[in-house]
Design a protein around this ligand. Structure first.
Ligand code: PAF
Length: 287
């Protein structure tokens, strides 16, 4: 198992990628905030499978302060670099970019940022004002620093995936964005770096998110109202969770269709831990 080359600075990153660039090789990027789990491993495996042996897979590990609001979990967000490097090594990652905040934001808060559109148009944006401005800005910066040909994002953060795709298209960034299906525990809980904060009783409650989504998926043939009603029934049976939103949309998150492909999304707090999840479904078919 070869340890990846670790770049902390822009100059080290440039040096680490210079050889692959000189021979015209591809660069595949997996942006992360660390605390890597099997969901991230699936992103790395997808990146490795999408390129040749001689190309390079880069994982970035950077807990981006700009995407955390006041009172959110920036300081308690898990930082586990040694274990993360083992995960990267096990998945054929050649370069890990883990810059400091000053390396990414050398002039302090950036004056020019990426406007992801109004928060009012986004479920996460309404609950976490400014979050997606922070995400879009740091992803644009990582794209500028790494200059990847492809980048891999988990479907678990579905709004983020759709936003990044839109940013790349609207700003003509010329990067192929690949969405990777959510990895789940055997009981359905979507893997998340935040799951480690759940106490055993909260861990049981947290399953109700995926159970609600699955109930919604099963109700898909009966139409949008049936989906939301089925999912809500599961969530309402668990007073221990505090729902932020339950939503249904088309896969591009533009509007709610009556039939065809759709996405059902949920966010809730279990104790002080905020969890999000979503599933694909098909609406209609039964009249
Ligand atoms: O999904 C994440 O881990 C983060 O939002 C990302 C894309 C690495 C940007 O900080």
């Amino acid at each position: 198992m070869t340890r990846p080359l670790v770049a902390h600075t822009r100059a080290e990153l440039r040096e680490a990628l210079s050889k692959v660039r000189a021979r015209g090789g591809l660069v595949a990027l997996v942006p992360t905030m660390g605390a890597l789990h099997d969901g991230h491993a699936a992103l790395m495996a997808a990146a490795r499978a999408a390129v040749q042996e001689a190309d390079v897979v880069v994982v970035s590990i950077f807990v981006n302060p700009m995407q955390f609001g006041p009172g959110e979990d920036l300081t308690r967000y898990p930082r586990t670099l040694d274990a993360d490097l083992d995960v990267c090594a096990a998945h054929g990652v050649q370069v890990v970019f883990c810059p400091t905040v000053t390396e990414v934001y050398p002039g302090g808060d950036p004056v020019v940022t990426v406007d992801p559109g109004p928060d009012s148009r986004s479920w996460e944006g309404r609950v976490r004002p400014g979050h997606f401005r922070g995400v879009a800005t740091v992803v644009a910066k990582l794209f500028g620093l790494v200059r990847p040909d492809l980048a891999f994002f988990g479907e678990k953060d579905y709004e983020q995936l759709v936003l990044v795709r839109r940013m790349v298209a609207d700003l003509c960034m010329g990067i192929e964005i690949v969405g990777v299906p959510t990895v789940r525990e055997p009981d359905g809980l979507a893997l998340s770096s935040r799951n480690r904060f759940l106490e055993p009783d909260q861990r049981l409650l947290a399953q109700s998110l995926s159970r609600a989504l699955s109930a919604g998926v099963r109700a898909g043939p009966h139409g949008p109202e049936a989906v939301l009603a089925a999912a809500r029934e599961v969530l309402e049976a668990e007073p221990g969770i505090s729902l932020d939103y339950l939503a249904l949309s088309d896969p591009d998150l533009i509007g709610t269709p009556e039939s065809g492909p759709a996405r059902v999304l949920v966010a809730a707090r279990v104790g002080s831990t905020r969890l999000i999840d979503n599933m694909a479904l098909t609406l209609g078919g039964v009249s």
